[in-house]
Design a protein around this ligand. Structure first.
Ligand code: PGA
Length: 249
């Protein structure tokens, strides 16, 4: 399985800052991502074009947007379409990040509409799923992942698999400095594999990443866990030096 080493820059970095960070990252990595690993950077909309341009310095690197609206164009003030993302030079989109689900109230159905249109338009999709602390404490992990996966992937067929990745990000581990335990990660990734295999009726070909307080210090041990095909990194991806240590961990 190919490995995806992904950065989620959230609402950080102007286009000039994004460019500088990516050029430094490319330099630190010797202008290519490590063998068998792809680097993905989910940049703010205003930095997509500059990031896509700067990413040319890194062989095996790709740029993505952090969200999109599920329509090709129209009267949706403040939103961005999949065609606009593609035209910026980006090739990926992050969909269903927990900050959008919880701070902005995005539903599973709305997320499913985005996944369908992004794939139809030719974008690669990184779908984020994960339970809250309350859901975990109620023993609802399996049910939550099942609901998030089935509604997000409704109507998505096997052909889309090469363009899809899933990131497991327990909400309580995001930005808290407290990553999930090895056992928690392996349990959730095993559940996700079962759900993906059931949905697509085939053995899994979709990378499943872990996200939530990944740092240079814990990246290697997380990447060594069963069924972990990469990491999605927030805070520790903002500095090129720290992210390059994760990419090569
Ligand atoms: P974090 O964020 O690495 O800062 O915990 C991860 C994410 O939100 O994708």
């Amino acid at each position: 399985m190919r490995r995806l080493m992904a950065a989620n820059w959230k609402m950080y970095k102007t286009s000039a800052e994004a460019k500088d960070t990516l050029l430094l990252l490319a330099e630190l990595l010797g202008n290519r991502s490590p063998e068998g690993r792809e680097v993905l950077v989910f940049a703010p909309f205003t930095a997509l074009e500059a990031s896509a341009e700067a990413m040319r310095a890194l062989h095996g690197g790709h740029v993505g947007a952090q969200n999109m609206y599920p329509a090709m164009e129209g009267a949706f003030t403040g939103e961005i379409s999949p065609a606009m993302i593609l035209a910026s030079g980006a090739s990926w989109v992050l969909i269903g990040h927990s900050e959008r689900r919880h701070l902005l109230g995005e539903s599973d159905e709305f997320i499913g509409r985005k996944v369908r249109l992004a794939l139809q338009t030719g974008l690669n999709v990184m779908l984020c799923v994960g339970e809250t602390l309350e859901e975990r404490e109620q023993g609802a992990l399996a049910g939550v992942l099942q609901r998030q996966i089935s509604l997000a992937l409704e109507g998505i067929e096997k052909e889309a698999m090469p363009h899809l990745a899933v990131a497991y990000e327990p909400v309580w581990a995001i930005g808290t400095g407290k990553s999930a335990s090895s056992a928690d990660i392996e349990e959730a990734h095993a559940l996700l594999n079962q759900l993906l295999e059931k949905h697509f009726e085939t053995t899994r070909e979709i990378p499943v990443l872990y996200g939530g307080s990944v740092k240079p210090e814990n990246a290697h041990s997380i990447l060594a866990l069963d069924n972990v095909d990469g990491v999605l990194v927030g805070g520790a991806s903002l500095q090129a030096e720290s992210f390059s240590r994760i990419v090569t961990a």
